[in-house]
Design a protein around this ligand. Structure first.
Ligand code: E4P
Length: 225
């Protein structure tokens, strides 16, 4: 899965996938994330009022912050999306990949509200979302792997289609489960990978880095002795 090295059109960036304020603050201060994604499950875990939480997050993260609608009907999604977008210009409204969802994406795009179409599992779904006017599409690669399919292959196909057809919609490799997913998503040309905090921390670590630091410190102590 290395074939996209030559294209060089995308510069992968990372989002944190979390609604936890401690994780968000820590990740933002690490200097390696460009934005944030949340979902109803992540928000529910925090047990806080959604809009208040979003207000707080916008004071920490200076980049795109995806916040999801709960309604499933067009009018309901539209109403929620407008309220969410009104909280802060950085809010990107997450809309589920349904017929009503795409209809909503179209209207929101006309209003200048950015959307992230979520729960994408096939390249054709991603293509439809892009055509409806989504700013981002989120293929859930980990959940595809969970059912014995190849999530990275789907990310690869979406990236290929978007390049071939010169589509501006950005691809967010989502449902990332491990550092290998991050590496491969980057190699395939995904614009973003949205990463849980536990995986983000794994990315820093290597046994040789830790052993190297220890050896430097031990040698330095010899100088001081
Ligand atoms: C992305 O936007 C989603 O919030 C997330 O990546 C879902 O991941 P999960 O499959 O681990 O729940």
């Amino acid at each position: 899965m290395n074939k996209r090295y030559d294209i060089g059109v995308n510069e992968v960036e990372f989002f944190l996938d979390s609604a936890n304020l401690e994780e968000i603050t820590q990740a933002w201060n690490m200097g390696v994330i460009a934005g944030l994604t949340t979902n109803p499950t992540l928000v529910a875990k925090e047990g806080k009022d959604f809009h208040t939480l979003l207000h707080t997050i916008t004071g920490i993260v200076d980049g795109p912050i995806s916040a999801e609608v709960i309604a499933l009907d067009h009018e309901g999604m539209l109403g929620e999306a407008r309220v969410l977008a009104g909280i802060n210009p950085n809010i990107v409204v997450k809309i589920p990949m349904t017929e009503a969802g795409l209809r909503t994406v179209k209207v929101l795009a006309e209003e200048g509200i950015k959307t992230n179409v979520t729960l994408v599992f096939t390249p054709v779904q991603a293509l439809l979302a892009a055509r409806a006017g989504a700013a981002y599409v989120s293929p859930f690669l980990g959940r595809l792997d969970d059912i014995g399919e190849n999530g990275l292959k789907v990310v690869e196909e979406i990236c290929d289609i978007f390049v071939v057809h010169d589509i501006e919609t950005k691809v967010i490799a989502a449902s990332i489960r491990n550092p290998y997913h991050v590496l491969e998503a980057a190699k395939l040309g995904s614009h973003y990978a949205t990463i849980p905090f536990s995986v983000l921390r794994q990315l820093f670590k290597h046994p040789l880095t830790e052993a190297g630091i220890q050896r430097f410190l031990d040698d330095w102590k010899k100088l001081e002795a």
